[in-house]
Write a protein that binds this ligand. Structure first.
Ligand SMILES: [Fe+2]
Length: 434
């Protein structure tokens, strides 16, 4: 008997079995350990930038030298600084730790889509950033729960390879967890990216660091990652909004009061009443604890915030909600009130930046009808908003040099589907309720 047909059949069977096998995830990577040593005292460290109102950016950096000036010199040619801005500074103590001098300096007005060169405190080295475009298209990189492990480095390296305008981070930054020098090492780790593009962050549970009777929460986070809350009419750095290139983005706090009688809720209503969907057709929302989560980790933790705020965000036709906290990736259909709804938001959990706690592997089965794609792998997302009607969302595994699929989808805006127009009266009613 000719053995060739049998060999061919065996080959085909084995190939089919291999193709059907579950994707094999690479092993965990170790936490990075940085030798933390004091730098020359006036050297700018941990440089990052963030939006600070229309056409303005806030430059933040740290010096050991308490007399170092909070000055930023900047311009559009390397080494030639045509403008200078004076800022403010702060510092904090945390048990035995004393922070360096934390400088916050707002610069602008800046041109759109332009590369600027800058120096902090009159000291080399020179940094550079690119401002976002005035209009679409615009691309956001999205990654939460970063930490500072080998996987974090991998995530940042992947983001660095993509062309993007703004980084969005839905909470859990450094995983300092009370050890304050880890905030410094995290600042150094992200500086190459965060000094070059605006990093817009909101806080997670790992930013709290409160000690009953001794320390209020969020002291380190608020001191180091000042966001444009004053510029957006908020009284707290824990919730704020910003606008860029046809997008209104709202950053909420999962760990500050968020019920209907809270300051945060009142501020959210006031902020939504200012949104002009002609000017900003896309409405994005970020917070840390997901509302739609079919992973077994952190089940139900977002329920009370969801009960209070989802009706408001639904009436306001929020397009996409990004959350973190669960160390995995999940994307939903458009949803509201626990089920699919064509006028609801797409919810994306992207707490897979690379933290030290590892991935959340266990899922509820069968998946809820609203869950489209879910996987426990480290990675990042990219949201390319092409115009007022269409955006392309993609999720990228860090080990995407292997031939494995990642998630991608075109999302159409609620302005274009008519939901925003349909709900005008409902929104007005909810916003004007006392
Ligand atoms: Fe978290």
């Amino acid at each position: 008997m000719d053995p060739k047909p049998i060999i061919t059949v065996l080959f085909l069977i084995s190939a089919t079995v291999i193709a059907a096998q579950e994707y094999v995830r690479p092993p965990p990577r170790k936490a990075l350990h940085f030798p933390w040593s004091r730098k020359p005292s006036s050297l700018p460290q941990q440089v990052h930038i963030s939006f600070a109102g229309d056409k303005h950016l806030r430059v933040t950096w740290v010096t050991d030298d308490k007399s170092a000036p909070s000055v930023v010199e900047y311009g559009t040619s390397s080494g030639k600084y045509s403008s200078v801005a004076q800022g403010e500074s702060t510092s904090y103590t945390y048990m035995l730790y004393r922070s360096g001098k934390i400088h916050h300096t707002v610069i602008g007005p800046l041109e759109h889509d332009t590369v600027y060169f800058y120096q902090c405190g009159g000291q080399a080295p020179e940094f550079q950033f690119k401002t976002p475009p005035a209009q679409f298209p615009i691309t956001f990189a999205v990654a939460g729960d970063l930490g500072q492990t080998g996987w974090t480095k991998s995530t940042l390296d992947h983001i660095d390879q993509c062309k993007y305008d703004v980084h969005l981070l839905p909470g859990d930054l450094s995983y300092a967890d009370y050890i304050q020098s880890r905030w410094d090492t995290f600042g150094e780790l992200v500086q190459p990216l965060a000094s070059a593009r605006p990093w817009m962050v909101t806080q997670g549970n790992h930013e709290k660091e409160n000690i009953p009777l001794l320390k209020d929460g969020f002291q380190s986070y608020n001191s180091r990652w000042k966001m444009p809350y004053e510029e957006s009419g908020s009284s707290s750095n824990l919730y704020y909004s910003f606008e860029v290139a046809g997008v209104h983005a709202i950053m909420l706090g999962s760990y500050t009061d968020n019920d209907e009688y809270s300051d945060q809720y009142r501020w959210l209503k006031a902020d939504l009443s200012k949104v002009d969907r002609q000017k900003t057709p896309w409405l994005l929302v970020l917070f840390h604890v997901p509302w739609y989560n079919s992973n077994k980790a952190h089940q139900g933790e977002g329920d009370s915030m969801m009960a209070a705020m989802e009706p408001l965000l639904y009436a306001a036709s929020a397009d996409i909600v990004f959350a973190g906290h669960v160390h995995a990736y999940e994307r939903t259909k458009r949803v509201n009130n626990g089920k699919s709804d064509t006028c609801g938001a797409v919810h994306i959990t992207i707490g897979d930046g690379g933290n030290k706690e590892g991935l959340a592997h266990k899922y509820k089965n069968p998946p809820p009808e609203w869950s489209v794609f879910r996987e426990a792998s480290f990675g990042h997302g990219e949201l390319n908003i092409v115009n007022s009607t269409h955006a392309f969302w993609s999720w990228h595994r860090n080990d995407d040099d292997e031939p494995v699929r990642s998630d991608q989808v075109w999302i159409t805006s609620l302005v274009s589907s008519g939901c925003v127009a349909e709900k005008t009266l409902e929104l007005t009613k909810i916003l004007t309720e006392p």
